[in-house]
Ligand binder design. Structure first.
Ligand code: WT7
Length: 651
């Protein structure tokens, strides 16, 4: 019996690529040797073969001023032309770029020719509205084709987009607009979510009233939700009255490879989100290379679907830039997975014959909970490759994904990367690499990673430590918008010339990498990054709060969940008669201040917080409590009785 189980376990630990898959695989094992032999020549070849350059580059990498890298920097290209016009020029104008599915069930197919046309019109409108090269444009849209059009139109004229996820609040939007000094906001009246229209334009109005910089001169509004909106005729413009009327003639200019393409805000260890800056040529090269090789893309036959919102980096690199640079046909879905029924995603897979699906472990785990009979009602046989991103995928979820969704024998690739890395860094190559559930496995060709101990010594062979990238890579962040010092401090101070990712990792006996989660005060909730400090400062901004501590506690579905411990102000305590109501009010407050994704799962009202003698909050102990564990070593606390008191209040 034991022998049998061991044998079964051994079997699920490793999956050989099937000969049929391997025979048609896009990736080639020789890529590893080529990149190892000459990394820079390898990336130069990818850049030349995957992209269209208006002016060819002669320099591959300039790393003379670390950590500020320049890739292909004497070359010139237009990113939007690479994603659009060149496919039309190559005769693929009739290929569907987007199978768009609205949440209420309306749908629209957009071909490469139509998308190109629409982007040209939008580019003309942006220029008419005074947006020029290098200007920042904030985009706050639902998952509709116009979101893709808006991003590409901004890129086409050499402006810089800052997409803000539609779930973020007016405050979050205002601070991002201010930080980037955006001159234009592109939004919609509203979009569909969970069967209802959620307003966007009203949030923009509120954000603009709050924004201190007063930099926004115009707001371009797509009509989608048909909800009522207020209108400021001197500032607001309807998309359907401007873009639809604009000329579809637009001559695209080429920009330098290091021209800024976008800023994307992400949470760090302080209260203020960081504006991660990405540029053009290197970013697009690695997005296109990984999209092709990690997802085994055959653009003529595949239907690809990445379920991420364009408000996150996954939506930038694997909904917009990677797939479109590769001329892929993809699904774009507006709504939630369970509206109007829990089989909605699988219905979409069946409807469009999706062959490649890229999603997050949190989604897979919620489907697991609902049971296999829901996906089994649909024909999912078109699927031939599955991908995962955002957090470690536990082996059980990996196996379920492969069996129940993938039918049992198709590759599942677990891809590790970050907003900062711009594109996939660690992943198996399907058809080449043996797959191991739970492990992200190996660096992609051309990427050099290592595991270091805290003092910077490399961990040889098997062992755990901190994940670093040891050589610059094409899609690496070029900085933090407006804050070069923070860029150096956050990623480069700890290990000098090596990029510190903030993740713990372990290398196993086969050399495969297992990600162990963040080692800093950053939480990962449903694959989205949240900062403990940002939520703490939001809680402290509430008039009732004296002190707050936030931890990420393990959660069966979302990976981690936000759990807050709050001390109320003495002056307020007498007014608060119902503790659970106070907790509810604070949860609501965080959701309004930052966005619904940041809403704490639980808020515990406590009298004290565990602190060291120097006043540092010991989050480790709070995490023990939040995860229902025996509280660990309390000897370094200034007052060791505090934890006993808190434990009683929480239980
Ligand atoms: C953090 C980056 C990259 C797109 C989504 C999140 C975690 C991401 C994995 C994975 C284990 C992962 C890491 C990383 N993460 N992918 N496959 N296995 N952990 O982007 O918001 O920039 O977060 O997500 O902790 O540092 P992000």
């Amino acid at each position: 019996m034991t022998v049998q189980i061991d044998h079964a376990l051994e079997e699920i630990r490793r999956f050989r690529p099937s000969p049929e898959f391997a025979a048609q695989a896009v990736a080639d094992a020789r890529l590893y040797q080529e990149a190892e032999g000459d990394r820079l020549a390898f990336w130069a070849r990818q850049a030349r073969e995957l992209l269209q350059w208006e002016k060819p580059f002669t320099r591959t990498l300039d790393w003379s001023n670390p950590p500020f890298a320049k890739w292909f920097d004497d070359g010139e290209l237009n990113v939007a032309v690479n994603c659009l016009d060149r496919h039309v020029d190559a005769g693929h104008g009739d290929r569907v770029a987007l199978h768009w599915e609205g949440e209420p069930g309306d749908s629209r197919d957009v071909t490469y020719a139509q998308l190109t046309d629409e982007v040209k019109r939008a580019a003309n409108v942006l220029t008419e509205l005074g947006v020029g090269e290098g200007d920042r444009v904030a985009i706050y849209l639902p998952m509709i084709p116009e979101a893709v059009v808006a991003m590409l139109a901004v890129a086409r004229i050499g402006a810089v987009h800052s997409v803000v996820f539609g779930g973020f609040s007016a405050d979050s939007l205002a601070s991002r607009i201010d930080d980037a000094e955006a001159s234009l906001v592109i939004t919609a009246d509203g979009g569909y979510r969970k069967g209802k229209v959620f307003p966007l334009k009203p949030v923009v109005d509120e954000a603009l009233a709050k924004a201190e910089g007063g930099t926004v001169r115009n707001v371009l509004v797509v009509r989608r939700g048909e909800n009522d909106v207020e209108w400021d005729a001197s500032r607001d413009h309807w998309w359907h009255e401007t873009v639809a009327e604009a000329s579809n003639e637009h001559e695209a200019r080429a920009f330098g490879a290091e021209h800024p393409l976008f800023i994307l805000y992400t949470s760090g260890t302080t209260g203020k989100p960081k504006g991660i800056l990405h540029t053009s040529g290197g970013y697009l090269t690695q997005a296109a290379f990984t999209h092709r090789n990690v997802f085994d893309l055959h653009p003529e036959t595949d239907v690809y679907w990445c379920t991420a919102d364009v408000g996150w980096i996954t939506g930038h690199s694997y909904v917009v830039y990677g797939p479109l640079a590769n001329g892929a046909t993809q699904v774009l879905y507006e709504g939630t997975p369970d509206t109007p029924h829990p089989g909605r995603w699988w219905e979409i897979v069946e409807k469009y014959q999706v062959s490649i699906l890229y999603t997050a472990p949190t989604a897979i785990r919620s489907f697991m909970k609902l049971g296999r009979q829901i996906p089994h009602e649909f024909n999912l046989r078109s699927l031939r490759l599955l991908g995962s991103v955002g957090e470690p995928i536990n082996p059980e979820a990996w196996i379920w994904y492969r069996h129940v969704i993938g039918g049992g024998s198709i590759p599942v690739v677990d891809t590790w990367w970050q907003t900062e890395t711009g594109a996939i860094m660690i992943s198996a190559l399907p058809g080449i690499t043996d797959l191991k559930p739970g492990s992200a496995q190996v660096a992609i060709p051309g990427i050099s990673i290592d595991i270091l101990s805290d003092d910077g010594t490399p961990v040889e062979g098997e062992g755990g430590g901190l994940l670093v990238v040891t050589e610059p890579w094409p899609s690496m962040l070029r900085g933090i918008w407006g804050d070069p010092e923070r860029f150096k401090e956050t990623y480069w101070e700890k290990f000098g010339d090596k990029y510190f990712a903030g993740d713990g990792a372990r290398r196993d006996e086969d050399g495969d990498i297992w990600l162990l989660g963040r080692v800093d005060d950053v939480m990962n909730v449903s694959g989205h990054r949240l900062s403990t400090a940002e939520i703490e400062s939001s809680l402290v901004a509430h008039p009732w709060t004296a002190e707050a501590a936030v931890v990420g506690a393990a959660d069966e579905t979302t990976g981690q969940a936000v759990v807050a411990f709050v001390i109320l102000k003495a002056s307020q305590v007498e007014h608060v008669t119902d503790v659970s109501e106070a907790a509810e009010e604070l949860r609501r407050h965080v959701a309004t201040q930052i966005g619904a994704i940041a809403r704490p799962r639980q808020v515990f009202i406590v009298n004290e917080l565990p602190k060291t003698r120097s006043g540092k909050i010991m989050r480790r102990l709070l995490r023990d409590l939040a995860e229902g564990r025996q509280v660990g070593d309390t000897t370094t606390l200034a007052d060791t009785s505090v934890m006993t008191a808190i434990t009683e209040q929480v239980r």
